[in-house]
Design a protein around this ligand. Structure first.
Ligand code: ATP
Length: 584
């Protein structure tokens, strides 16, 4: 078995069991018309009631057996389907965890959610159908036709023409709908994408009064999904009535010929009843096959989509044999580093070379889009450099195990993302086995302990999804505490104090000075940068100046301009404050 279907391997025994039960049902279906021939031709026509009772009782007994086999088959099929779905979802989730940032650029979160839920369910349902009825339908068509030929070769010729015609029609439907189902699933991705964006940004949408705009975006995507679904359903739904028409017409033709054969004593009534009965069962099976093929073609599309995720070769390979690496000093060195996002031709970082000494604090200043966050992402190797190398304690980060590297770096991203759960759990997220003392200590370093203690449930306060019930500054400080709790040798703060008031920020930065580790902080504020040992100025992906505040004032026009503009703003702010105080 290949790809996604290999996840069925552990359930082979159950599948064989289900198929055996299904074959029992099939045998009963095929035997019943023969029993009817006996009852009619040898019992009713000849007036022998004992034959009617005997074969009638056998029919009843086999029906009970088929009923029991059907129910047991359902349980087995459901067991296989559910377990298969569970295993595939687990494998998908595990695979997604290994994705690099570049892989996430390829698959949006909405498509991953659809693949993990809807696509897996499609295959799961098809597996159930396959074990329950899918094989029974074609087998009934084949063996039913064979039986008809054995009973009366001449009458069977009619079915010999119509059945291949119907099968050809089904194959056409399968080919046509298979491609359309791929499109339907991608339209579903789009609907899910808009929906998740809307749910995540509902407050912003309301604040900007964009509900109407978002509503029409959703309506458009939903409409496209409905249109494609109707298109594919039309093809599928057309098949069943056409099949019934063809097969019922062939039954009429059989009855017309049978009438002549009975009159000329070339056929018995029971034989004709049995042939009509087989023809009806074959019609039912063909129409069931339409339904099954619809599921199969949809599952085929889903299988490809899941396979796509499972077979994604993770962009960032690492040597599995690497020995554990312990950051001793926290010395960082960028050697002629250039960086482009995977699949993008724009150079975001251009030939950067610098070193950061152990325990040093570096502030990175630069306009928006200058490449500050991109620079940060290269240190814990969230992306690989395009050229050059990043070394920590003299070792290229590409030679370290990602797990070891990332475990020892505390990255506080620009967006303070929190998870639903308590404050304690959110801080502990940085270090699973952290004690309560460690949690409190980290919160104190992040200047959030006192605020937490004012909450009615202190550390047990439940945070809503993405921290909706907290202020921006509170969220930032909890996410800082989450990084501090690891006591990392390298701390990367990406504009993580922007939402704090001056006093709290000052206290936090003061606390950072005594922190044992190398600290890099991205900031837009000179007041924050002044707390660092050195300042790097990044412009269009290049470091245009670096040094202490005093040195930069001497050598960098850009730095002087930034300082001047921020002092002017401060001056204007002070003017407003003074004048309003005077007015009072
Ligand atoms: N995932 C990505 N794929 C492609 N390009 C990206 C990606 N993330 C950022 N960029 C581009 O890289 C450049 C640098 O972005 P980066 O986020 O590093 O800037 P920044 O200096 O941190 O900006 P800001 O201060 O606004 O956060 C920008 O031109 C941006 O468009």
């Amino acid at each position: 078995m290949k790809g996604v279907l290999s996840y069925l391997k552990p359930y082979r025994k159950y599948m064989i069991f289900a198929w055996v039960l299904m074959l029992m049902e099939l045998a009963v279906d095929l035997l019943h018309p023969l029993f009817m021939v006996k009852i009619i031709d040898e019992g009713i026509v000849k007036g022998d009631l004992s034959i009617v009772y005997r074969w009638g009782a056998l029919m009843l007994l086999t029906s009970i057996i088929a009923f029991a086999a059907g129910i047991t088959n359902s349980f087995a099929a459901s067991h296989v389907g559910q377990n298969f779905g569970y295993d595939v979802r687990k494998a998908l989730f595990k695979k997604i965890q290994t994705f690099s940032f570049a892989d996430f650029n390829r698959f949006s979160s909405s498509t991953l959610i659809t693949r993990l839920t809807n696509d897996v369910t499609q295959i799961q349902m098809t597996i159930f159908l396959f074990l329950r009825i899918a094989l029974k339908a074609p087998l009934l068509v084949i063996f039913g036709t064979l039986m008809v030929f054995l009973i009366n070769f001449r009458l069977a010729l009619v079915l010999g023409v119509t059945i291949p015609l119907s099968i050809a029609f089904l194959v056409w439907m399968y080919k046509k709908s298979s491609h359309l189902f791929q499109i339907v699933q991608s339209k579903l991705d789009r609907v899910n994408g808009i929906l998740s964006e809307n749910l995540a940004g509902i407050r912003l949408i309301k604040a900007f009064l964009r509900s109407h705009f978002e509503g029409s975006r959703f309506k458009k995507a939903s409409h496209a999904l409905m249109k494609k679904t109707i298109e594919v359903s039309t093809i599928v739904e057309l098949v069943s009535p056409i099949l019934h028409f063809v097969m019922n017409s062939s039954i009429l033709v059989i009855l017309w010929f049978a009438n002549k054969e009975i009159l000329s004593n070339q056929a018995e009534i029971g034989e004709v009843v049995a042939i009509v009965n087989y023809a009806m069962r074959i019609t039912m099976s063909l129409s069931m096959a339409t339904f099954i093929l619809m599921f199969v073609s949809r599952a085929h599309a889903s299988t490809e989509r899941i396979q796509d995720v499972l077979e994604t070769s993770v962009q960032m390979e690492e040597d599995k044999e690497v020995a554990p690496f312990q950051i001793q000093d926290g010395h960082i060195c960028f050697k002629n580093v250039s960086f482009r996002y995977p699949g993008d031709s724009v150079t975001v970082l251009d030939d950067l070379s610098f070193t950061v000494e152990p325990n040093e604090t570096i502030a990175i200043l630069g306009a928006t889009g200058a490449g500050k966050s991109s620079l940060f992402q290269l240190i814990p190797r969230l992306y690989d450099v395009s050229e050059g190398a990043v070394h920590i304690d003299g070792i290229d980060v590409r030679e370290m195990k990602q797990e070891h590297l990332r475990n020892q770096i505390g990255l506080v991203p620009q967006d303070a993302l929190l998870f639903s759960g308590t404050i304690k759990e959110n801080i502990q997220w940085g270090k699973e086995d952290a004690t309560m003392d460690e949690i409190i200590n980290a919160a104190k370093h992040a200047q959030i302990h006192e605020t937490i203690m004012k909450f009615p449930h202190s550390y047990r306060t439940v945070i809503g999804q993405k921290g909706v019930n907290l202020s921006g500054g509170q969220k930032q400080r909890i996410s800082l505490a989450r990084a501090f709790i690891r006591q990392p040798k390298i701390l990367l703060l990406d504009d993580s104090t922007s939402a704090l008031d001056m006093k709290t920020e000052e206290k936090l930065l003061e606390g950072l000075r005594s922190y044992k580790g190398t600290k890099l902080l991205i900031t837009q504020k000179i007041s924050t940068a002044l707390k660092a040992d050195r300042i790097f100025i990044l412009e269009d992906g290049k470091i245009v100046a670096m040094g202490t505040h005093g040195k930069l004032l001497r050598i960098s026009d850009l730095y002087r301009k930034i300082v001047q503009s921020q002092n002017m703003r401060k001056g204007a702010f002070q003017y407003v404050k003074t004048s309003s105080a005077n007015e009072n």
